[in-house]
Structures are given as structure tokens and as C-alpha cells.
Design a protein around this ligand. Sequence first.
Ligand code: ZN
Length: 264
Amino acid sequence: MPPSSARIRPSRSPSPSPRARARPSTEGGGAGLEAIQPLGRRNRHCAECAAGPLALLVRADGAPHCLDCADLGHLVFLPRGDTALTRRAREASSLSVVVVRRNRRRRRYERQGVLVEEAALALAERRCLADADARARRRERDAARRAAEDVRFTAAFAAEIRTLFPSCPAERAERIAAHASRRGSGRVGRSAAGRALDAAAVTAAVRAAVRHDDSDYDALLMAGVQRAEARRRVRGVVDGVLDGWREARTPRTPRWPGRAEPRT
Ligand SMILES: [Zn+2]
């Protein structure tokens, strides 16, 4: 039977409730219930039922007791290591016991895990799984949102190209916008000015595209011409294309109001 939610304490309650105070506190390992994994052979049998040797014992009145005699036999062991699972299991369990083992070299008891109610552990495991699922779902949503943003941004970028260069073919505008706004590319479209669709940034993206696609710029670079010199040589061609695109499109026919392509 799953524990009722009333038994689940908030993880960071400012002060323990009277009920929480009344039951044995296991916080900080101070006055809490403790079970020991014994090291030696001595005192490893239950003082009450003589069962043993015990792998786990509880000291009461100076004598070892088995978990059953200590009324803790219904608890299950959760090894240390998963902080979130441990915290949740202890919160959901009305009874929890810290399991310790003596470290002889360090001369101290070290925590090995906790004993909690099986239902509490199951609940805690479900919640941790749900958290992992929620994180995965959030990652998916974030990725989808970024993709949608990219699509919107690219469309806005293409629209701005078509505003500045009305005669630029729609397909070219879309290709330039997609190239310029590709996420993570560091291209002009992703700079602050590009995101704000600054006219100079949009023009720079168009100019770069025309330089590569409509001039000998790339061939000049391949031939070993310095970048500045190559740019100087193709400037006339590039400016010519840009000037042509800046001119207003040929008027659309009224019968085809949605037609975006200039008639050529
Ligand atoms: Zn016993």
C-alpha cells in the first residue's frame, strides 16, 4: 500500500512538526535510529531470539538485536549513493534507519545507506523516474521551441531581405536567410544586429551571398588573390546585383495577388 501523502514531509520544513519530533529523528545521524553492519565475530547474535550471525543489528540496552526483534524487519535497505532517491525515500517513509559500519582505520562509523519502508522506496523511485522523464520532455520542448524560433527568425530575415531588395528572388532570399541564421554558426544573422534585423546586417548577409554566388570572388580566393583585393575586384559586379535587387519588383497582376516571384 503506498503511503498517504500526509506522511510525506516537505523536504525543507523550517521546523519539524510535533509528530516528527515525537518519533525517532534520523536527521544528521544524531539521536536517530541506527543499524550496524558488524565487523567482528563477537556479539553478532540477537540477544532476544538468538538468531545469527547477524549481518545487520540494532543495539538496544547495550545488546545486539536482530531487525525483526527490533520491529524493523519490514524495512528494505537502500545503499548510499543516490542522494535524491535517499532523500525522497526517507521523506516518504514513516520510519527510517541509518545503516553504519565501523571504519577501523578512521576510527569512526560510516554511513552505508538507509532502511526504509518498501512502499516509500517504490514511491521515491517513481518520483525520481518522473523527474528524469520531465527533464527529457523539457529538453524536447526546448529543442522544438528553438527550431520554431529558427523558422520564425529565418522567415523574418527573408522578409526583411525582400523589403530591402524587392527584386531579389524569393528563393534566393530564403536561402540567404537560412544560411545567415543557422544556429550556432556565428554568422551575421545570429549576431545581435542580425537578430534585430538591422538593415546593415541584413545587407551584409545579402552582399556576402551575392559575392559567393554571383561573382568570381571564390575563384579569386582559390587562385590565391588576397581577400581585400578579391573583394575590390568583384565590388562592381556585386553592387550591380544589389542595385538590381533594390529596384521595385515588376507590378503584380491583380489576378495573382499572392504571387511573390517577379515575372522574368
Ligand atoms: Zn531477534
